[in-house]
Design a protein around this ligand. Structure first.
Ligand code: BGC
Length: 269
């Protein structure tokens, strides 16, 4: 076990934590001593496995089922968290989905589903977290801020993405949601920032990396020459959640191997 834990005694909620980036973030926060709520909506067995990993590493964890786009399920999840851990110090708004299709055949259902989960879900969870942060205030033994929110965005908050207009719009929305919340909450000593991952090897983008051919094509977009790993995001989430990043307020940290450097321009333009 890590003996110099940066998040000792803090309580964290990670949405969509039963796979991919959310799983890695939940485990990384647990390794730093946080009590972790592993939120999920499907595949409870995966959530239980993440809980077990965190417990095996010496921290407390529970799985809570809730659809982040459903107001009453979100409120009940926070209540269950408070019953178990007493409070929340760190929210990682991670849950997100893709429902890709060409613009002309994108259904209203798929548009709304993606906006509801990816954007409205972040608002609903942030609102509940902020209520508790404001009520409780700073607890100096745990952190010098009254609470931290990390919004999982994407390089697609700035890179337009044909065939994914619902997803890219949700991520563009997260950027302005995050900055506006950060501006409003900074005077209350609540820090809100985003992580914008590039291509990270997770189930959401499996077709982009699971054959040699597709991976080769993907790597032309990544100057650093490798696909990202969920742990790359876990490490940055720990930093953003800890007092080491105390002066970071309303910022997006791009963790993308240089994808947003637009490598197509290195030999063109
Ligand atoms: C998407 C992935 C994609 C990556 C880079 C992410 O936000 O979820 O499917 O591979 O952006 O394009």
């Amino acid at each position: 076990m890590n003996t110099n834990q940066k998040l000792k005694g803090q309580s964290a909620l990670v949405t969509g934590a039963n796979s991919g980036i959310g799983e890695a973030v939940a485990i990384a926060l647990g390794n730093e001593g946080a009590n972790v709520v592993v939120n999920y909506v499907t595949n409870p067995e995966n959530a239980d496995a993440v809980v077990k990993k965190i417990q095996d590493n010496g921290s407390k964890a529970i799985a809570i089922k809730a659809d982040v786009s459903n107001e009453s399920e979100v409120q009940s999840m926070f209540q269950q968290m408070f019953d178990k851990f007493g409070t929340i110090d760190i929210l990682v708004n991670n849950a997100g989905i893709q429902k890709d299709s060409p613009l002309e055949s994108m259904s209203l259902h798929d548009w709304q589903l993606v906006i509801n989960v990816n954007l409205t879900g972040q608002f609903l969870c942030a609102r509940e977290a902020v209520k508790e942060f404001l009520k409780r205030g700073i607890v100096a033994e745990r952190s010098c801020s009254a609470g931290k929110i990390i919004c999982m965005s994407s390089v697609h908050q700035v890179i337009p993405w044909a065939g994914h207009v619902n997803y890219a719009s949700s991520k563009g929305g997260i950027d302005m949601l995050m900055q506006s919340m950060a501006q409003e909450m900074a005077p209350k000593k609540i820090r809100i920032n985003s992580i914008a991952p590039g291509a990270i090897k997770t189930p959401i983008n499996k077709p982009a990396w699971d054959t040699e051919e597709s991976l080769k094509r993907l790597l032309t977009l990544i100057p650093y020459g490798r696909i990202g790993l969920p742990e790359d995001i876990g490490k940055v989430a720990v930093w953003l959640a800890s007092d080491d990043s105390d002066y970071l307020v309303g910022t997006t940290v791009f963790v993308d191997g240089g994808m947003t450097l637009y490598p197509g321009f290195s030999t063109n333009g």
